[in-house]
Write a protein that binds this ligand. Structure first.
Ligand SMILES: Cc1cc2nc3c(=O)[nH]c(=O)nc-3n(C[C@H](O)[C@H](O)[C@H](O)COP(=O)(O)OP(=O)(O)OC[C@H]3O[C@@H](n4cnc5c(N)ncnc54)[C@H](O)[C@@H]3O)c2cc1C
Length: 397
């Protein structure tokens, strides 16, 4: 996108976030629901497709631009970003990276406009940090139909299994489902991805989970009981590619830079909330901002925020150039998610008892921030990825 257009997008989003969404944050948290007019406004602004190519109706932002957009979106409840995060992120990317031209042409414009909400279904009850152990199974079956085309098309696929904590599942129109297609292949090599529309017989979405934070964004279990999809539901179209695991890992690397930028946006908000409170709250007849120990907490948070912003931009630059699509994304995800957690903790401390009370912004952000160290790879998994990439064979012992 050219620089002038991008700067318009950034300032529109900044205004939208600060003027329309920030005033609704407490209500979104309390009701665990995103107002319909916010969804519609996000669609109109192109936010369901900012990371998807312009030829498919997206904004076509680079990772570097996307990071700056996330700094703005992170300033408010992360449930705003969750509405369209899966469309742009891991679900949309699965198609961009692995889809056939027909699949891209059919799905991406509708995903980019927000007419179709896509969910990314990788995690399972027994396969979280290590998705290569997933047990959801897809096998070929022509269903005993007399269709002569069944043989030509290779027959339908039938999917069985269960997925856990799937973001946007209760609202999704289509699921990107990772399933084992070759049980005899090594664990990471026998997995494929399928496009499964919501409402396909046998697909059930459980009631939404009761989460600690990030309320307004919904997750749920998804069950597949003999879910039958046609041959062209296989992402990439060609049986035997079994590229699902590699595709998922590539998409997650993009997602890690994206989440890191969101953490930086939240850290900026937490610093602003901390400074505002320290400027107005008095103890012993003095503003708490005059106490050097409070000044120290604020300075530490600002330094953390500044460092987080710098690592995200550096990781985004390396991702765009192709120079580093592995260590950089993991380093920045690890640093930024731990960083915003420290900043949220200090913000609660600066607010004293008020920071522990519902209705106070930093209490909500404290709950919201906790998730960043868990999803898109826990902090421990980022450590493992970084160390393995550096140590190579030696990491295997
Ligand atoms: C709100 C929310 C939304 C989510 N959205 C999605 C989604 O849209 N799609 C999707 O597919 N998934 C989603 N997830 C799943 C998320 O990615 C997983 O929860 C996460 O990867 C951790 O997996 P787990 O919960 O099974 O924990 P586990 O893997 O069981 O981990 C438990 C603990 O063991 C540690 N651990 C595990 N393996 C290792 C190791 N090798 N070395 C060191 N420590 C290790 C972990 O760090 C953690 O501390 C979501 C999760 C949440 C909570």
């Amino acid at each position: 996108m050219d620089a002038a257009d991008f700067s318009t997008v950034l300032s529109e989003v900044r205004r939208f976030v600060r003027e329309r969404v920030v005033p609704l944050e407490a209500e979104i948290d309390e009701k665990d629901e995103m107002p319909a007019d916010i969804r519609e406004a996000a669609k109109k602004m192109g936010l369901y497709g900012f990371a998807l190519p312009e030829e498919y109706g997206g904004l076509g932002l680079s990772m570097y631009e996307e990071a700056q957009l996330m700094f703005e979106l992170g300033y408010t409840t992360p449930s705003l970003r969750s509405m369209f995060g899966t469309n742009n992120g891991i679900a949309g990317h699965v198609l961009m990276v692995g889809g056939t031209e027909e699949q891209k042409a059919h799905w991406l414009p509708r995903i980019a406009s927000g007419d179709v909400l896509a969910s990314f279904a990788l995690t399972e009850p027994e396969a979280g940090s290590d998705p290569s152990t997933l047990t959801t199974r897809a096998h070929r079956d022509d269903g005993g139909t007399s269709r002569s085309s069944a043989a030509e098309s290779g027959g339908d696929w039938v999917i069985n299994g269960a997925k856990r904590y799937i973001t946007n599942a209760p609202l999704a129109d289509v699921f990107m489902v990772f399933a084992r297609t070759d049980p005899d292949a090594p664990r990471t090599r026998g997995i494929s991805t399928f496009l499964v529309p919501a409402g396909t017989p046998g697909l059930t979405v459980a009631p939404k989970d009761h989460k600690m934070g990030q309320l307004g964004a919904w997750t749920a279990d998804v069950y597949f009981d003999d879910v039958r999809v046609p041959a062209d539901a296989l992402v990439g179209g060609e049986e035997g590619l079994n590229r699902g695991f590699a595709t998922a890992m590539g998409c997650l690397a993009h997602g890690r830079v994206h989440i890191s930028a969101l953490c930086v946006g939240m850290a900026e908000r937490l610093v602003d909330e901390s400074v505002e409170y320290a400027r107005t709250r008095k103890q012993s007849g003095k503003l708490i901002g005059s106490f050097q120990l409070i000044q120290g907490l604020i300075a530490d948070s600002m330094t953390d925020y500044y460092a987080g912003r710098a690592t995200v931009l550096e990781a985004a630059r390396g991702f765009d150039s192709g120079e580093d699509t592995k260590i950089g994304p993991s380093c920045t995800k690890y640093f930024a998610s731990e960083m915003v957690w420290r900043v949220a903790d200090r913000a609660v401390q600066i607010h004293g008892g008020a920071g522990y009370m519902r209705g106070v912004a930093v209490e909500r952000f404290y709950r919201d921030a906790r998730l960043f160290r868990i999803y898109e790879g826990t902090s421990q998994i980022q450590q493992v990825i970084i160390a393995k990439a550096l140590l190579g064979e030696a990491a295997r012992g």
